[in-house]
Design a protein around this ligand. Structure first.
Ligand code: 5GP
Length: 126
C-alpha cells in the first residue's frame, strides 16, 4: 500500500505558516525548528517541505535535490547547535515511524537531541 499524506497534520500547518515555529534553519526544501516540548537542552526537528510521512517514504520517493538538501541541513543544524561529535559532545538522531515507532505527527521529521547525555538507545516499550 502506498503512503497517504494527511495535509492537516501539524507540521503541514507549520509549513503553510498557519502555526508559528522557532526556526533554526530554512532552505528551499527543508525546515529545522525547535521542538515545542524539548526532551533535552537541544531538541530540533528537521522536516522536508515535501509531503512525506516517514523516513523510508522520504528516502524512497524524494528527489536527489531534496535528499541532499535535507542531509546538509541536518549537518548545519548540528554545527549551529554545537552538538557535532567532533567539536561538541554528540547527539542522538531519532525518527519515529508509524504505530510501532510511536509516531505522533505523520510528516517525516528527524529529531536532533543533545546538550546532555541522552541515555540508552531503546527504553522499554510503553
Ligand atoms: P514524534 O512522536 O511524531 O516523533 O514527534 C513529534 C514531535 O513534535 C514531538 O516531540 C512534539 O513535541 C513535537 N510537536 C508537536 N506539535 C508541535 C508543534 O506544534 N510545534 C512544534 N515545534 N513541535 C511540535
Amino acid at each position: 500500500m502506498a503512503y497517504a499524506y494527511d495535509d492537516q497534520n501539524i507540521f503541514a500547518k507549520i509549513l503553510r505558516g498557519e502555526i508559528p515555529n522557532k526556526t533554526v534553519l530554512e532552505t528551499d526544501h527543508t525546515l529545522a525548528f525547535e521542538d515545542i516540548q524539548p526532551q533535552a537542552p537541544v531538541h530540533v526537528l528537521v522536516i522536508p517541505k515535501g509531503p512525506y510521512v516517514t523516513y523510508d517514504h522520504f528516502a524512497g520517493e524524494a528527489s536527489a535535490d531534496e535528499i541532499v538538501d535535507f542531509n546538509r541541513t541536518v549537518a548545519e543544524v548540528c554545527k549551529k547547535m554545537g552538538v557535532t561529535a567532533d567539536e561538541g559532545q554528540g547527539c542522538r538522531f531519532i525518527s519515529n515511524a508509524g504505530e510501532h515507532g510511536v509516531q505522533e505527527v505523520p510528516h517525516y521529521h528527524l529529531h536532533i537531541l543533545g546538550g546532555r547525555r541522552i541515555g540508552r538507545m531503546i527504553p522499554k516499550a510503553d
